[in-house]
Design a protein around this ligand. Structure first.
Ligand code: SAH
Length: 399
């Protein structure tokens, strides 16, 4: 049995939690000292001891836990987890039924009712991400629920709760049969080579599915495409399949070269006809400006925060400058796909960065498309930070 502890929430935060905000922050807890072990059940009450919600104690970034239910009589047990997972799976039935897409998110943390937990599907294999020791303490219940509810080939897990939320390096295999890697999964008919047992990242970020499709189906044809922060080159592959004249992928990580060659190859694209450059994007921009290189389409998908030898990039501070350099190397009538996964600001502010950048460059632009998270990345409206993805397609207009 798990220990249950009563936690008093300061008055200023109790109405927010009562109205459905799922994250329990340290600052809103009056009696932090009563917390003992991650994973214990916490009963949240207000300063007058009136019930607010029940959740679990788990440290994740600045959070100290997540609300699991607003019903005082609901038990957090095997059937609780089975119910949450089963509801989530039912919401993804159209994904399971689509032979053209065999990789998607089955469970998206607080968006599906359990913060700190995500589950992704890769053609019969499941990957569970545990974002705190607290949620990991429920692993046997959650794995049992997944075993009961799905026909899986194998289950893998990523423990993302070492110091500062870092991934714990170990054998990630949990149960079932081990996969053979690369596992080839499909996304809208395109192949991706994924590795479920090679560290924190598997080779593809599933939340950009709709953006990749749009690039392939509507924008890539005949364009000279620059893909920055390209990782395994997923955007480049879609652009090439959409008829791009050429793609150039730039990423700092050494691994990105072989990984990008592999993604092209599993789709029958000659990688030698594409440029794959291992380089700091900020140096590449300088090089491109000096050489007067211009592109008809530039994709920007930087991490929210990154430190390289010479640069520190923070999306909330530096995105405008990144855009300004991009505008300089984009042809008139060219397209900039600006993306960010930074949860610290919303779409309005992001559009503000875009407007500022064009104004500073004396340029004109038109917004063409906007994307947020796809449907398998469920979110709740009470928790805006959970809806982190913002993507805007911008046309640079000849001035
Ligand atoms: N756009 C990718 C995902 C980007 S992940 C996709 O669609 O799959 C972020 C990537 O940025 C990582 O691969 C990391 O190596 C790279 N990166 C971080 N800082 C960088 C920098 N200064 N220059 C180039 N790449 C960088």
């Amino acid at each position: 049995m798990k220990r249950e502890v009563q936690i008093v929430i300061y008055s200023k935060d109790s109405s927010k939690l009562r109205s459905g905000y799922p994250l329990i922050s340290k600052e809103s807890i009056k009696n932090v000292k009563d917390l003992r072990d991650e994973g214990e059940i916490i009963k949240l009450v207000d300063e007058k001891k009136r019930f607010i919600a029940k959740g679990y104690y788990g440290k994740q970034n600045k959070g100290y836990g997540w609300v699991l239910t607003q019903r005082e009589d609901e038990q957090i047990n095997q059937s609780f987890f089975e119910h949450k997972l089963s509801v989530a799976i039912k919401k993804r039935l159209s994904f399971y039924d689509d032979p053209e897409t065999t990789a998607f998110r089955v469970f998206n943390g607080e968006g599906d009712g359990i913060g700190g937990l995500t589950v992704d599907y890769f053609d019969g294999y499941y990957v569970i991400n545990w974002y705190s020791e607290g949620i990991y303490s429920f692993s046997s219940e959650i794995i049992r629920a997944l075993e009961k509810l799905t026909d899986f080939k194998g289950i893998y897990q990523k423990k993302r709760f070492a110091t500062k939320g870092k991934y714990i390096e170990e054998d990630d295999f949990v149960t079932g049969e081990r996969g053979e890697f690369p596992l080839i999964v499909k996304e809208n008919g395109v192949n991706f080579a994924v590795y479920l047992n090679e560290g924190a990242m598997v080779g593809v970020f599933l939340d950009q599915r709709e953006v990749r499709k749009k690039i392939r189906d509507k924008y890539a044809q005949g364009r000279n495409v620059l893909n920055t922060f390209s990782y395994t080159g997923a955007f480049s592959v879609f652009a090439a399949l959409g008829g791009a004249e050429k793609t150039t992928s730039v990423d700092l990580a050494n691994r990105s070269l072989n990984k990008t060659i592999e993604q092209f190859s599993v789709n029958g694209i000659d990688h030698e006809a594409q440029d794959i450059i291992v380089m700091d994007v900020f140096n590449y921009f300088k090089y491109a400006i000096k050489k007067n290189l211009k592109f008809d389409m530039v994709i920007l998908d930087p991490p929210s925060f990154a430190r390289s030898k010479k640069h520190t990039f923070s999306a909330s501070k530096d995105y405008t400058n990144l855009l300004k350099e991009t505008i300089e190397i984009t042809e008139d009538d060219g397209i900039i796909v600006a993306s960010t996964n930074c949860s610290q600001f919303g779409m309005a502010k992001f559009k503000g960065f875009i407007d500022r950048a064009f104004k500073d460059m004396n340029g004109q632009y038109q917004l063409l498309e906007e994307y947020a998270l796809p449907n398998d990345f469920q979110t709740v409206k009470e928790y805006k930070e959970g809806n982190y993805l913002k993507v805007v397609f911008i046309k640079k207009i000849s001035g």
